[in-house]
Design a binder for this molecule. Sequence first.
Ligand SMILES: NC(=O)c1ccno1
Length: 241
Amino acid sequence: MRIDVVSIFPAYLAALDLSLVGKARTAGLLDLRVHDLRDWTTDRHRTVDDTPAGGGAGMVMRPDVWGTALDDVLTEGATLVVPTPSGPSFTQRTAEEWATRPQLVFACGRYEGIDARVAEHYRSAGVRVEEASIGDYVLNGGEVAALVMIEAVARLLPGVLGNPESVVEESHSVAGLLEYPVYTKPPTWRDLEVPPVLMSGHHGKVARWRRDQAIERTAARRPDMVAALDVDSLDKKDRAL
Ligand SMILES: NC(=O)c1ccno1
C-alpha cells in the first residue's frame, strides 16, 4: 500500500518514522511519502492561501496550489482523504476498509480549510474523496488527524503487527465490544490482585470472563455501541466459549 501526506508542515509527520509504522516502511510493507505543499507554489513567497470569499476571519487554502500538488501525487485508484471536523466519523470499520485501498492521499488543511472546489473537482474526476473526522473537536490542521488515521490503517496491513491475533481481540473489533481489562505480573500489587480466574489456567473460563468484562464495559462506557451490538454473532461466539 502507498500512503501520501501533503502538508505545509511535513515535519509534523516525523512520528511516522518511528515504531511499527517506521518498521513497516523500512521493511517495505508500506510506501509512505510526505510532501511539502509549498513545493508546488510558484511565487517568491511560496503562498498557499488567500482571503475567504464572502469575507470572514482567517485564510483559505488556494485550489490552484492544491490542484497541481494532487495531480502529481494521486495515482490510479487512489483515495483522497481530507481530515476535517465536518466529516463523517473515522472508525475502526473505516480503517479496515481503507487498509484494502491501493493508495491513500491525505490532504492536510490549515487555516480555515481548503477551497471546497478541490474536493469537488476530484470527486467529479472520479477520484474517491473521503472527508473524515477523528472526533467532535477542532484541531489547528489536518496533520494530527492524519497521523491517527494512518496509524489505525497501517497496523492492519499484513506483516505490520508481530501478532495479527492482537487485532482480533481489540476494542471495536470483537462484535463491536470494547476490550476487556488486561493484567500481568505480579499477582498482587499494592494489595490489588489479578482476578483469580485469569490465574486458573482454565481457558474456557478465562474467555467467558473476558467476554463478560467486554460486555459490561461497553454497556457502562459506550451505551451508544450497545444499540448497534451484533447480538447473534455475540451469542454464537458465547456458545463456542
Ligand atoms: N476533528 C478532526 O478530525 C479535525 C481535522 C482537522 N481539524 O479537526
